[in-house]
Design a protein around this ligand. Structure first.
Ligand SMILES: Cc1ncc(COP(=O)(O)O)c(C=O)c1O
Length: 387
């Protein structure tokens, strides 16, 4: 009887959700599709949350997050991201990065506006653009050129209606870490065309091989036009706590905050105490998790090397690899379904991450080493059989 609004009709369910539905009820399945760290949230963070509940810290907090957490975030941003922010007016604690993306789309895009999206992309920025009744304009990044940003490709997509650019650095799904040079090109285009830059840096701490994550908001002149979003989900294995934050110049933050209030009223009180402990407590836990992700990354790459005709770009960040399977099967959707049915491995079809992702599968190594090993062996055997 009810079909939902026209707006709902604009967005599509995620490719991962489709794969999960397909695999539900199946036994002995290896899950390599989700970006869900298998680690338990570190003990000192859990402890802070328990203490908070015991002390009755179970009420609404300040709308934009407790000042003590915002202060800790501002100190972290100065120390690690080279971003100078006023905790009172420029830092907003959100219910995860996902909330930040939606309020940014609704806050900065009008109907018919265009938003550039580096393709392959994290799907929420595409769908959130549609929810804002704006037009997502994919900017394909060339895998053959290691996903580098090219000024000409970016500039070719600019029109009078372009308002915003979505960036995910390090990138989900490719694992690419954008260089300073890449970011300078984006910054130049943004400044020349008066664009807002939304920079999703949720994987900032998960980098390998000495790669350096740089926040575009720290580049000269970029603070006034950049919304940086960072979450606790990935770095501290805190996906279920639903906590993240935005940092943006006062005027931009005021726009986000207006919508943030109507979306969530305030972020979860207990999670804010947990997040404070995550930021101010020992950081060895992050190092240990990243070391383990790196071990799994080497394993996946080693397994991929053993499969014939399977190009991939070595990821320097995140816990994803994005190999190109198009020599095996043109449609990534049907290949993912085949691997599920024949090998019992769930992967994420690349076309769910944009047209530039077609023919690829995103493999997540956020599950245990043993599961990664088992999943990759199954994929190898299955493809050998198929070839
Ligand atoms: C690139 C990217 N951004 C945002 C999110 C959502 O993160 P959060 O848990 O902070 O809402 C994810 C989750 O997978 C992600 O991969």
């Amino acid at each position: 009887m009810f079909e939902g609004s026209n707006r709902v009709g604009l967005v599509k369910p995620s490719a991962i959700r489709r794969m999960l539905e397909l695999s539900s009820g199946m036994k002995n399945v290896v899950h390599l599709e989700q970006g869900e760290p298998d680690f338990t949230t570190p003990r000192h963070i859990l402890k802070a949350a328990v203490e908070a509940t015991e002390k009755g810290f179970t009420h609404y907090t300040e709308i934009d997050g407790t000042l003590e957490l915002r202060q800790a975030i501002a100190e972290k941003l100065e120390r690690e991201n080279d971003i100078d922010a006023d905790p009172k007016t420029e830092v907003t604690v959100t219910s995860g990065s996902q909330e930040a993306m939606l309020i940014a789309a609704l806050g900065f895009l009008d109907s018919g506006d265009e938003a550039l999206i580096l393709d392959p992309y994290y799907p929420a920025c595409f769908e959130d653009t549609l929810l804002a009744e704006a037009v997502p304009i994919p900017v394909p990044l060339d895998e053959g050129k290691n996903y580098e940003i090219e000024m000409e490709v970016l500039e070719n997509k600019i029109t009078k209606r372009t308002k915003m650019i979505w960036l995910c650095n390090p990138s989900n799904p490719t694992g690419h870490v954008f260089s300073k040079q890449d970011l300078e090109i984006i910054a130049e285009v943004a400044q020349k065309n008066n664009l807002v830059v939304f920079s999703d840096e949720i994987y900032e701490k998960i980098v390998y091989d000495g790669a350096r994550h740089i926040s575009i908001g720290s580049l000269p002149g970029m603070k006034k036009r950049t919304i940086t979003v960072i979450g606790f989900s990935k770095a501290y294995a805190m996906t279920g706590w639903r906590i993240g934050y935005t940092v943006a110049e006062k005027k931009l933050s005021a726009i986000l905050r207006k919508l943030h209030y109507y979306a969530v009223l305030c972020p979860n009180a207990i999670s804010q105490k947990a997040a404070l402990a995550a930021l101010t407590g020992p950081q060895d836990c992050v190092k240990e998790m990243v070391t383990e992700y790196n071990r799994r990354r080497e394993l996946v790459l080693d397994k991929l090397d053993k499969i014939e005709s399977l190009p991939y770009t070595k990821p320097k960040g995140t816990f994803y690899v994005f190999p190109n399977f198009s020599t095996y099967e043109k449609s990534d959707e049907s290949l993912a379904t085949y691997l599920l049915k024949e090998a019992g491995v769930v992967t994420a079809p690349g076309s769910g991450f944009g047209r530039a992702g077609e023919g690829h599968l995103r493999i997540s190594y956020s599950v245990s080493y043993e599961q990664v090993n088992e999943g990759m062996e199954r994929i190898r055997r299955c493809l050998e059989h198929k070839a």
